[in-house]
Design a binder for this molecule. Structure first.
Ligand SMILES: C[S@@+](CC[C@H](N)C(=O)[O-])C[C@H]1O[C@@H](n2cnc3c(N)ncnc32)[C@H](O)[C@@H]1O
Length: 307
């Protein structure tokens, strides 16, 4: 199962793409809005059963090799969620702070929560390194977080909603948020879900060398799209915004990114780490002797507002 997930889509959900490009040296931005009717997406077991330590050993790779959210996506999200600058952000399944650290300057305080202690330690260390002092880090399951009603301005979940008990977390978020405030599910299609031939090749190599199989998605469990979960919990104004941004991967980044995933971590590769890395580096350099792989990454946020 891939880490970077996209929610499924309802026919009536509007789709916005911010395209960025250069024209005569100037950065150009256009906003296209269209229906997603023609692009049905996956749905997920609403109460998945992942091991609680799937990411053990990945945190340093995660921090270094996961592309951050493009700035236009963060800016659009802050405006869409009517962020005041004086509120509190709760970032669930925070990893090493990919969302929390990018958003921290726009909130008085941030609570960043992850169930894996190593993720939290590395995130806290990175906050110190960047001089970000308003983030509190907590090791906990998202499902066990208890906060006073109405005490949180925005709840974010980056690349991880599919890992949580989604109906429970959405209901709890509704309680933490005052009226008009938002739960935001964020994510990106990345290296492992992109459509470039080099990506399929990298994925094939990791699959062949991984000793621990990718956890299977339970087919019989109840599945819903993320939009359906938010709507069922009682959120309104549920909509998705998507951004495309070019990304250039070095060979080190591709290797490090795969080590940051649950299915390609050094733990999952076991005794095959060296053989895997040698084959992957060789194959990438065969494709491009300059050691550069490119893709257009899709980033999105899905926002729901508390009535
Ligand atoms: C793919 S990472 C996402 C990290 C970061 N939010 C981002 O946007 O890149 C998934 C994270 O979810 C965390 N996680 C998975 N299930 C969780 C749960 N039930 N409660 C808290 N954290 C969880 C994992 O420990 C891991 O750090």
């Amino acid at each position: 199962m891939r880490d970077a997930t996209r929610p499924g889509h309802r026919a009536d959900v509007l789709f916005a793409v911010l395209r960025r490009g250069r024209e005569g040296g100037q950065l150009r931005q256009t906003l296209d809005v269209s229906s997603r009717e023609d692009r049905p997406g996956p749905s997920w077991p609403v109460r998945p059963d992942f091991a609680p330590d799937l990411f053990r050993g990945t945190a340093r790779h995660y921090l270094r090799h996961r592309p951050t959210c493009p700035r236009p996506l963060i800016d659009a999200l802050l405006a869409d969620a009517h962020v005041t600058g004086a509120g509190r952000l709760l970032d669930l399944a925070c990893g090493t702070g990919q969302v929390a650290l990018e958003m921290a300057a726009h909130f008085a305080t941030v609570l960043a929560v992850d169930q894996e202690p190593e993720m939290v330690d590395v995130g806290e260390e990175e906050a110190l390194r960047r001089g970000i002092t308003n983030v509190t880090w907590r090791v906990a399951r998202a499902e066990d977080v208890r906060e006073p009603p109405g005490s949180v301005e925005v709840v974010t979940i980056g690349n991880a909603f599919h890992r949580l008990d989604q109906p429970l977390v959405a209901r709890m978020a509704l309680d933490w948020l005052p009226a008009g405030r938002c739960l935001v599910v964020m994510g990106s299609d990345g290296l492992v879900s992109g459509g470039e031939p080099w990506q399929a090749m990298a994925l094939d190599i990791v699959r062949r060398w991984a000793e621990r199989p990718t956890p299977a998605v339970e087919r019989d469990a109840p599945h819903l799209t993320h939009e359906e979960v938010l709507l069922a919990a009682g959120f309104e104004d549920v909509h998705e915004v998507e951004f495309s941004a070019p990304h250039v991967w070095s060979v080190d980044d591709v290797v490090g990114h795969l080590y940051s995933t649950s299915f390609g971590s050094k733990r999952a590769l076991g005794g095959n780490v060296e053989a895997f890395e040698a084959e992957l580096r060789r194959a990438l350099l065969d494709l491009d002797p300059g050691g550069v792989s490119t893709e257009t990454m899709q980033h999105f946020y899905l926002l729901g507002r508390r009535p």
